[in-house]
Design a protein around this ligand. Structure first.
Ligand code: FUC
Length: 349
């Protein structure tokens, strides 16, 4: 495996270096210590043409100024926490809020806004970039000093494995994800509407006011949210389903039926022949289809268009701390948090 580095930008007078892992099949993954952000994933198409298959901001300045979350490590808690509040041992905790009175994606200074420590590891069958950071008690309103490690492992089997480890010195919340947006065409000027998606899921979380989960996990069979058989993303995103219309696409959690090594999501694109499969230990995957053009910054000379990318954000169901049966995201001092999500890249002949 090859590990290379390149200057990426400056943050608070510190050099931010981009690390790139490349395997013997010509697949590479690049990431930076700011936000443990994945800046590129390059894979070949069916003709061997290599291209970046993810949506990324080109400059560190734009990442810091506009915080679009592209490829970023999200935490302490991914998604929204209603009113930024939760109850623990009969006490109400008030977190910092940063979107319509809720906490979104870990709050105003979430893990995606921090400069992480970084080291690399090069083994026979894989190479890794290992990021670590500390979130102090009180940051974004969370109790507990949290230490997080995220390992991005690229293997010779063309897998990107994300391995999370975390500890806290007081009961807190932890539900991280990576906010990667895929565009398998390799051209962000094309939309993801002709991508095909298949999910091992029969329920999705409905959204209500302020894009908050209503708590209802609805049966998806026969609806726009039914991906039990592979189907074009456009069939969902352009449907008249009120849940789709309300957010102009997908922005929903899908309950995953299996865990661990089982394949739970298959995203593919016919013209390039590229395919990504996902498996995770988490109970859900949030799929967001970049439902509005982002015109605050430019990528390749133009704003990132509507439907320029699609996320597969593996995580515990959003707002789990306020929804019974969504899962447990409390992290206790005596626990070590471990979770793994894997994406495998291939080409359909
Ligand atoms: C909010 C979320 C979306 C996405 C976006 C960056 O709009 O509802 O899922 O994470 O932020």
């Amino acid at each position: 495996m090859d590990i290379t580095t390149k200057f990426f930008g400056m943050f608070q007078n510190q050099e931010v270096i981009e690390y790139t892992l490349t395997n013997s099949n010509g697949i590479s993954l690049s990431a930076i210590p700011y936000g443990a952000i994945v800046t590129k994933i390059v894979t070949p198409d069916k003709n061997g043409e290599k291209a970046n298959i993810t949506l990324n901001v080109e400059s560190l300045e734009d990442m810091v100024a506009h915080r679009p979350f592209y490829g970023a490590t999200i935490g302490r808690v991914a998604g929204r926490i209603t009113d930024g509040q939760y109850i623990v041992e009969g006490q109400q905790v008030q977190l910092d809020v940063n979107e319509k009175g809720n906490q979104l994606h870990g709050g105003p200074v979430g893990l995606d806004t921090k400069l992480w420590k970084v080291k690399t590891k090069n083994e026979e069958d894989h190479a890794s970039i290992i990021f670590s950071c500390k979130s102090l008690a009180g940051e974004n309103g969370y109790p507990g000093n949290l230490e997080v490690e995220v390992e991005y492992r690229l293997t010779e089997k063309n897998e990107w494995k994300i391995l999370y480890t975390a500890h806290t010195d007081a009961t807190t919340l932890f539900n991280p994800t990576n906010h990667i947006y895929f565009n398998l065409t390799g051209d962000i000027k094309q939309t993801i509407l002709n991508h095909k998606l298949q999910l091992s899921s029969s329920k999705y979380g409905m959204l209500g006011d302020r894009n908050l989960p209503t708590g209802v996990l609805k049966d998806s069979s026969g609806t726009a949210f039914d991906f039990s058989e592979s189907k074009l993303v456009r069939e969902a995103v352009l449907s008249d389903d009120p849940q789709i219309k309300s957010v102009s696409g997908l922005d929903h959690p899908f309950v995953l039926e299996q865990k661990g090594e089982a394949v739970q999501a298959v995203l593919s694109e016919e013209k390039s022949g590229r395919q990504v499969i996902m498996s995770t230990e988490e109970n859900s995957v949030v799929i967001f289809t970049h439902n509005k053009e982002m015109d605050a910054f430019q990528i390749q000379g133009e704003p990132a268009k509507q439907y320029a990318g699609i996320t597969l954000e593996a995580q515990t169901l959003p707002d789990a701390v306020n929804q019974s049966k969504f899962g447990n995201i409390f992290l206790q001092p005596e626990q070590t948090y471990h979770s793994q999500t894997m994406y495998r890249f291939s080409v359909l002949e």
